[in-house]
Design a protein around this ligand. Sequence first.
Ligand code: NAD
Length: 318
Amino acid sequence: MNPVSAPSLTALPKAALVIDGKAASKGIIVRVAEEARALIASGVKPGLAVVLVGEDPASQVYVGAKGRAAVDCGFYSVQHDLSRDTSEAELLALVHRLNADPAVHGILVQLPLPKAINSARILEAIAPHKDVDGFHPINVGLASIGEMKRALLPCTPSGAMILIEQACAALGQTLSGKEAVIIGRSNIVGKPMAQLLLAQNCTVTIAHSRTRDLPSVARRADILVAAVGQPELVRGDWIAEGAIVIDVGVNRIAAEGLNAAGKPKTRLVGDVAYAEASARAGAITPVPGGVGPMTIAMLMANTLIAACRANGRAEPKF
Ligand code: NAD
């Protein structure tokens, strides 16, 4: 080692590794497409049905992106657009038809549903082996008893888990035994994230809106996952030196200036104050471009897995 350069190198501020969710998601999509080609060659074409009720613009964007990704993966892809005044009985009838359709291996009913429809009743009507969102109580139960290989796991936390594994590998660390703190206890992100980290032998704390002294709980974390929905709630001094920070939050806030249409500009930020946090973290996901792109990739992975299981084929591990 050069004795002159060593001290100046250590004096440089340490930059966190930026975890590139876009690149990781592309890698997963490429693998899904490869596996799908082999499956199709053997006579099984994975099929995904996406159901949209109403005209919510954000939901239309999500559903469109899911359909396009399914086509990119070589899947049979079908979208059912139902009017806002669709009854619960009509939606249930469609779910039952899709449950019985052998060309469909994955069913996704886009949330939120109109208020007149009981979402839980719809999600519970989806056959668990076609529940590619991983929200059916059977899949939730399998995950909670550690039967990850039999469950279909929710897409956002399983995508976040892949990013955590990649960050650990890049930092030369092992997951087992790490302190993981998740802020947020929702059924779709916080709780399944806890199950996944527990399955990897982390010591898991779930913090939430009633947690006392959240900053000091967060500072315990080797792995900190923020899934709250509050712009930049997590400050730099909540982060332990070298921690892996996974920001699930997606929040649109006002930005300076006007856009091309003369409307006030907006921008996306996460639940973590990125600049502050990246000065202390060992690795961190940006928003956008971190966890977000992983969700659709994992939906494709789940559809492929469902198709393999339905046809008694060996399933790939993602
Ligand atoms: P949610 O509203 O269902 O749950 C939020 C959780 O945060 C609750 O458990 C609540 O207890 C906790 N919370 C609220 N305020 C808090 C506070 N001040 N301190 C500590 N905890 C607090 O939200 P969700 O569906 O889990 O989503 C969380 C965030 O993740 C949102 O920004 C959402 O947009 C985003 N999200 C992103 C993706 C994706 O990237 N694909 C997918 C799902 C959710």
